[in-house]
Design a protein around this ligand. Structure first.
Ligand SMILES: [Fe+2]
Length: 233
């Protein structure tokens, strides 16, 4: 019942994501957070969310627009259209385009503590098939985040073969880019840049990754999995 009740909200989330990572009025836009800055407390503190969204994410959007404005051939294209050929584009487009897409995806992946539900039956079955259990998946995902040297992201992706895989990327790269070691459709991503957690967790990245499961929105992740696998069929 929870899944059925949440369908209109999930549709709105997915449409909002598509709208803000597409070039509207010839410029990318910073969408408001889908919840108040203090909604993720005690997992992520209010000040971190204010700085992370209002300064870091905003800078990616501003710098992306400045980079796109310099090249008419890139204007009017979605980021998803640019990512498969990102290795041939300026570093400013790769870094800031990734920064905008990744953060938009990240905000939409979270919800208030305890409100994220559980994986759908289909996603749970795939997690069990490919990782053994949900706990084993979480352990492996944390290892990917802790093991990312420097700044970057940990990801859960579904590949073109339909299998789930955990991967990580440096800086603001993502699995949609041709530079990624493992390419696929992202279902979940966690930002392991220090700006994502340092005020509250300092150098304890592992503690941040452990706490983060409390705010993962499995309803959204499950909807992404359903969309990705229905496209693949
Ligand atoms: Fe970030």
């Amino acid at each position: 019942m929870n899944a059925i009740r949440s369908l209109p909200r999930l549709s709105a989330v997915l449409l909002a994501f598509a709208a803000c990572v597409a070039p509207l009025a010839q410029a990318f836009e910073l969408a408001p957070l889908p919840y108040p800055h203090n909604a993720l407390v005690p997992v992520i503190d209010e000040q971190t969310m204010q700085i992370h969204h209002g300064r870091h994410h905003k800078a990616y959007v501003d710098n992306l627009n400045a980079a796109i404005a310099k090249d008419a051939a890139l204007q009017g294209k979605t980021l998803e259209a640019l990512f498969p050929g990102i290795s041939q584009l300026p570093a400013a487009v790769r870094n800031n385009g990734g920064g905008h897409w990744n953060h938009t995806f990240f905000w939409q992946s979270m919800t208030r503590p305890g409100q994220g539900g559980a994986p759908s039956a289909a996603l749970q079955a795939a997690i069990t098939r490919d990782f053994g259990s949900l706990d084993a998946f979480k352990t492996a995902f944390k290892a990917a985040g802790v093991g990312r040297f420097g700044s970057g992201w940990a990801w859960l992706i579904v590949g073109s073969d339909g299998k789930l895989k955990i991967t990580s990327t440096p800086n603001q790269d993502n699995p949609l880019m041709d530079v990624a070691p493992d390419r696929g459709t992202p279902l979940l991503g966690n930002d392991v840049w220090e700006h994502a957690y340092y005020l509250q967790y300092q150098n304890r990245r592992g503690d941040y990754l452990d706490a983060w499961w409390q705010i993962v929105d499995w309803n959204v992740i499950s909807a992404r999995y359903a969309a990705a696998t229905s496209t693949a069929r």
